[in-house]
Write a protein that binds this ligand. Structure first.
Ligand SMILES: O=c1[nH]c(NC[C@H](O)[C@H](O)[C@H](O)CO)c([N+](=O)[O-])c(=O)[nH]1
Length: 209
């Protein structure tokens, strides 16, 4: 019997998506999964009508840092939107105040900046927080997973900016690879990043109503 699990088909049109500015904060652990997940999110957002130059991508060391990194990206975008400073505090990115330590994975950055159009400086309408946790032989996985998910929920509720949960909590490497659309042994799986991109656009448009 076929599984009943999975999201309902996403809406096929997103009027107003071209006005959205959406952030992605991704961890730098398990890059073989992170890069396709980030690219999948970018791909579905662009397909929905979001302009590539309005997708801001930053990285943090690991999933533990996703809540604070997401919170700081939202706050920095709100300061940027309300200020007439052309480049917030000289920052090369929204997250790191110019230190350059939070730059995105190269493939992800290329995917988001492909159009070369003039980027919006509006406050972010939504953020996708992407991380991949893979169970090891200790309880580290459980503590990071729980804290990260609770933290991201809190950031969304505290800021009223939709935070899309893009954290895979996999018990095996194959589970993580298959949910990134790059599974081995003939089972590519499904790139969950595609779903997260659609969720971000849908929630951003709802938040703007
Ligand atoms: O994103 C991850 N971070 C991981 N650890 C790093 C953690 O998120 C923090 O970056 C680190 O503890 C420093 O705060 C992981 N493991 O330890 O297995 C992991 O699987 N995924």
């Amino acid at each position: 019997m076929a599984s009943i699990k999975g999201p309902a088909p996403a809406p096929t049109s997103f009027p107003g998506a071209d006005k959205l500015r959406i952030g992605i904060v991704h961890a730098r652990w398990n890059e073989e999964c992170i890069t396709p997940l980030v690219n999948g999110s970018v791909e579905s957002m662009v397909k929905a009508g979001v302009r590539p130059e309005n997708i801001v991508i930053e990285s943090v060391p690991g999933s533990w840092e996703l809540p604070i990194g997401t919170s700081r990206m939202i706050a920095a975008s709100q300061v940027q939107a309300s200020s007439n400073v052309s480049d917030l505090m000289g920052a090369t990115s929204l997250l790191d105040g110019g230190s350059g330590t939070s730059t995105p994975a190269p493939a992800a950055a290329a995917a988001a900046s492909s159009s070369g159009g003039k980027a919006s400086r509006a406050a972010l309408d939504a953020v996708i927080s992407i991380g991949v946790l893979i169970k090891g032989s200790t309880m580290h996985f459980e503590y990071i997973s729980e804290s990260c998910c609770q933290g991201l929920m809190k950031v969304g509720l505290d800021t009223n900016v939709p935070v899309i949960l893009g954290v895979l909590t996999a018990l095996t490497e194959d589970q993580a690879l298959e949910r990134s659309g790059v599974g081995r042994n003939g089972n590519k799986g499904h790139n969950h990043g595609l779903d997260w991109g659609n969720a971000a656009v849908e929630m951003a448009l709802k938040a703007n109503k």
